[in-house]
Design a protein around this ligand. Sequence first.
Ligand SMILES: [Zn+2]
Length: 241
Amino acid sequence: MKIIQAKTPNFNSRKPSNKITSVIIHHTQLKNSEQVYKIFESSASKVSSHYLIDRGGDVHQFVDENKKAWHAGVSTWGGVDGLNDTSIGIELDNNGEEEFSAPLMKSLIELTKAIVIKHNIDERLILGHSDIAYWRKVDPSHYFCWKTLADNSLGFFPTHSEKSPKTIFKLNGTHVQIPSIKEKLGKIGYKIFDYSSKIDQKTYSLLKAFKRRYDPKTYNEDVWDSQSQGRLEEILKRYDK
Ligand SMILES: [Zn+2]
């Protein structure tokens, strides 16, 4: 894994009390890494990340891990707001509508492993931007394979699988199951805005965020089915002690 040092004006100091506790994964939604350089090098953009991994698998470091990069924005996980304070941000060179390249994934696994060991990061805190800001962000996309990370001891991926999952409800209207699903997603760490049984915009985005990460095969179908539900229960079982 080659690490290329790069520069950005978009960072500041971490507070001494802000220990690094999480890794946040993004995709750039751009055509190539040159476009990322343009944005990160411009002070007007006010965005950066610690690392960028390009399609060829090279790692570009823009911000020292001890400094605060500006990648997460308004975000919440496990009741804690503002994940920039305590996270390391990794941008993946991907336009959001394509598979993530094999060299990129290989470097991501190597880099994430090193970060997790160095900062003793809990497996529950290897997160996507769409986990911590699902109401406004969809990265990394459903093409990103969280199972591959889990297979490399980076996080947990549920194994519950069904041949023909049954639709529990479609992602519109009002359903009695919604409050209890929200409660469970909240226990995992997702921010819950209210416990109403109506699928409003935020609830829709929340359920899609879970599917994007944990049940990506049916991501494009606007349904909550028995496989998604089973996977949610399996994650809870692992952590709900
Ligand atoms: Zn992002």
